[in-house]
Structure formats: C-alpha cells, structure tokens
Design a protein around this ligand. Structure first.
Ligand SMILES: C[S@@+](CC[C@H](N)C(=O)[O-])C[C@H]1O[C@@H](n2cnc3c(N)ncnc32)[C@H](O)[C@@H]1O
Length: 187
C-alpha cells in the first residue's frame, strides 16, 4: 500500500479500494495483472494534458479507471475481446463520473479506431504482449494518432514478455524506455 504514495490522491484511493475488494473476493487476476503503481504513476505523468486516450487490454479496468480519475476532462476507450465480469465492481468503485468517460469495446487491439473517433493523444498497449499481435495492434491504430501522440508499451523489457521488445524492434520505433514502459512519440 505504501507504493500507492507515488499516485495522485484520487487514483491512490481507488487502487486502495480496488485491492481491498480483490482480496475480499479472491480476485487473483486483478491482484496480479494490472499495471503496478510506479508504472501507473509514469503512465499518468505521460498522459497529463492528453484528453483522448485509448487502452488496448482492459483486463479488469484498473488502469482505465485510473486514467479517467486522473483527469476529469479525459475520455478513455479501452478494448479487450475478453469481458471479465469482475471489472464491473472496479468500474463502480471509480464512481459514475469516471465511468461515463470510459468506453469499453469488446474487440481485439487489431480492430483499430472507428469512424467518428477523435484523434488519439495517448495509446497504451497492454494487451497480448506477443510479437506479431503487438505489431498488428500498433499498425491498426497508427493512422488514428494525433500529431505528437504518445504510444506507450507496457512490459517492455519484462523477461516474461519478450514479445513486447521484439515488436518494438520490428517496428523500428526510436523511443525511450522508462521504468517498464516504452514510449514512442508520433511526429
Ligand atoms: C495485463 S491485462 C490488462 C491490464 C489492464 N491494462 C490494467 O492495468 O488494469 C491484459 C489484457 O489484455 C487482453 N488481451 C489479450 N489479447 C488481446 C488482444 N488481442 N486485444 C485486446 N486485448 C487483449 C487480455 O484479455 C487481458 O485482459
């Protein structure tokens, strides 16, 4: 819980409640899969001032809720073909105002944007963690990025997910690594 100190207060309060709920319900997936607090703090810092965010890989929506809570003007689209029913409890914990700004899409990362979507200012890739699908996901969303948008890959350099590093290498993205995240900025 001490690790939550690196986060903005609203987000830390949500994560504290989410952890408590997950432990009580024995929701092991949510205790192990979400972005860790230090990485989340980095992600939120990168997202500052960016109101249109797309996340690939909803999981149980902890990171989607955190992104929505951190900026009251932000809209978050989050895509995952696997709908985990546990996520509803965490979306409720985030409160109705954040929930209204989160759009959950039951589709894979490779689906790309829809007609009418606003240009994406930050794309957070936390989905399959596999080489080819990650390359395909990036390519599917590339055209939807606003000028200067950031693309953030989670688990870059994590030995359990070599596919993320391999995808970044295949894409030849000249970005930088920061605490488990790889960040590339669109021109
Ligand atoms: C590590 S979890 C996401 C955690 C979440 N971002 C968070 O921090 O709370 C990875 C998620 O990616 C999803 N996933 C796997 N393959 C995917 C794909 N091709 N497209 C979108 N999501 C995918 C899985 O169903 C899983 O829910």
């Amino acid at each position: 819980m001490l690790s939550l100190r690196v986060l903005p207060a609203r987000v830390a309060r949500f994560l504290w409640a989410a952890h408590r709920h997950a432990r009580r319900e024995g929701d092991r997936f949510s205790l192990v899969s979400p972005v860790r607090p230090a990485e989340l703090a980095e992600l939120l810092a990168l997202a500052r001032g960016r109101t249109m965010v797309v996340e690939l890989g909803t999981g149980t929506a902890w990171s989607a809720v955190a992104l929505a809570l951190d900026d009251r003007a932000r809209r978050v689209i989050s895509c995952d073909p696997c709908v985990r029913h546990e996520r509803e409890a965490y979306l409720d914990l985030g409160g109705p105002a954040a929930r209204r700004r989160i759009e959950l899409r039951h589709e894979p990362d490779s689906a790309g944007s829809r007609q009418g979507d606003h240009p994406v200012e930050l794309l957070f890739i936390d989905s399959s963690h596999e080489r080819e699908p990650t390359v395909m996901a990036f390519r599917a969303w590339r055209a939807a990025l606003a000028p200067g948008a950031l693309v953030v890959f989670h688990d870059h350099g994590n030995p359990h997910y070599p596919g993320v590093c391999e995808a970044v290498a295949d894409l030849e993205l000249p970005g930088r690594e920061s605490g488990g995240l790889f960040v590339w900025q669109a021109p």
